[in-house]
Design a binder for this molecule. Structure first.
Ligand SMILES: [Fe+2]
Length: 255
């Protein structure tokens, strides 16, 4: 499996704190069936700033350590950028790192409780600049859960989304789990990833999440998610169907 979202790089955010932690996380990833992982440390989230060049260098160092420890995992550079007013300047200044540094996909994180008013325009500007924004874990955003049309409108305008494996397996509660399913059913989820921070409370769950997808939607949906992860790693176009709105009635019945 390919995992496109993780906090495996040591000592630069709230994920792995030391290289030993990183090795430990890498072993857990391999155990869960992951062979390729994009390291996506936080950037501009108010607590952590991690610029492109630093991430690339630390990723190379981690790969060297993985090689020494004989761990069959390849880590690629990436970044989880919190949406901020100066994001376009960051992109133009080459501070923002696209996934696998291919100049194609940019992770965009919203604050956990809201979607800024300028999000729509910014996601549009990112696309005008030639990049594809991927909204990370929208299923955990309070405002999106309450007003799912916010996400529908962004996806309709070309943004992609990445849901969290542990959301599908229930780690973030029943409501988030059900909402995640609704996003899949509405073609508003294009990728699935672990967002792993450690091996305990925020681990991988990728095998279990893919099993949940298989049980609910069959092998073709498993294939779609797996293939899209590969497209991200290769900087190719994602497969997607036209999104539909999350059905409000059903939605209100759940919350
Ligand atoms: Fe993350």
């Amino acid at each position: 499996m390919i995992d496109i979202h993780s906090h495996i790089l040591p000592g630069i955010d709230d994920g792995a704190q030391t290289m030993d932690d990183s090795i430990h996380i890498a072993k857990a990833a391999v155990e869960d069936g992951i062979h390729t992982m994009i390291a996506t440390p936080h950037h501009k989230n108010g607590k952590y700033d991690n610029y492109k060049q630093d991430i690339i260098e630390l990723t190379a160092e981690l790969n060297h350590q993985l090689h020494i420890h004989n761990i069959p995992l390849t880590v690629l550079p990436g970044q989880e950028t919190r949406i901020h007013g100066d994001m376009m300047e960051g992109i133009r200044a080459d501070d923002i790192l696209t996934l696998n540094n291919l100049g194609h996909y940019v992770f965009v994180e919203f604050p956990s409780d809201a979607v800024p008013r300028y999000a729509k325009q910014l996601l549009f500007d990112i696309q005008l600049e030639g990049y594809q924004p991927i909204i990370v874990h929208p299923e955990r955003n309070k405002q999106i859960i309450q007003h799912p049309d916010i996400l529908y409108n962004l996806v309709s305008k070309g943004a992609f989304t990445q849901i969290t494996a542990a959301s599908l397996t229930g780690r973030f509660g029943k409501n988030v789990q059900k909402f995640t399913h609704q996003l899949i059913e509405a073609n508003q989820a294009h990728l699935i990833a672990s967002d792993a921070h450690n091996t305990e409370s925020r681990g991988f769950c990728m095998t279990d999440a893919y099993e949940e997808i298989r049980e609910n939607y069959g092998e073709s949906m498993v294939y779609l998610f797996a293939e899209n992860a590969e497209y991200v790693v290769n900087g190719e176009n994602l497969a997607s169907d036209s999104p539909s709105r999350v059905k409000k009635k059903k939605f209100l019945g759940i919350f």
